[in-house]
Design a binder for this molecule. Structure first.
Ligand SMILES: [Zn+2]
Length: 95
């Protein structure tokens, strides 16, 4: 997704890259189980997309829910299907 930045706004020379994994930010405290006495109904976690300059390290964070509707599954737990397909075949019965 193009966000309108082609080079770093701080150093002006670096290329911006998106980290593959999200940044998790706790909002209103840490999320706990409902049975925990310190459970807070307002606690939540935001998944942020980190964009980083490869020269100066300037970091931009974007709320992932603003980039895609929450109904879209943009976060994948574990490996993606493409990553699983790229794994070597570990079949112990193989040659
Ligand atoms: Zn920079």
């Amino acid at each position: 997704m193009q966000l309108g930045l082609s080079s770093c706004a701080v150093c002006g020379t670096g290329q911006l890259g998106v980290l593959r994994l999200p940044v998790m930010q706790n909002i209103g405290g840490f999320q706990r189980e409902r049975s925990d006495p310190e459970w807070d109904a307002e606690a939540n976690v935001l998944f942020l997309v980190q964009v980083e300059c490869d020269v100066c390290g300037h970091v931009l964070l974007f709320n992932s829910e603003r980039l895609e509707p929450s109904s879209t599954k943009s976060l994948v737990l574990g490996l993606t299907q493409e990553e699983e397909d790229a794994l070597p075949d570990d079949d112990p019965a193989g040659p």
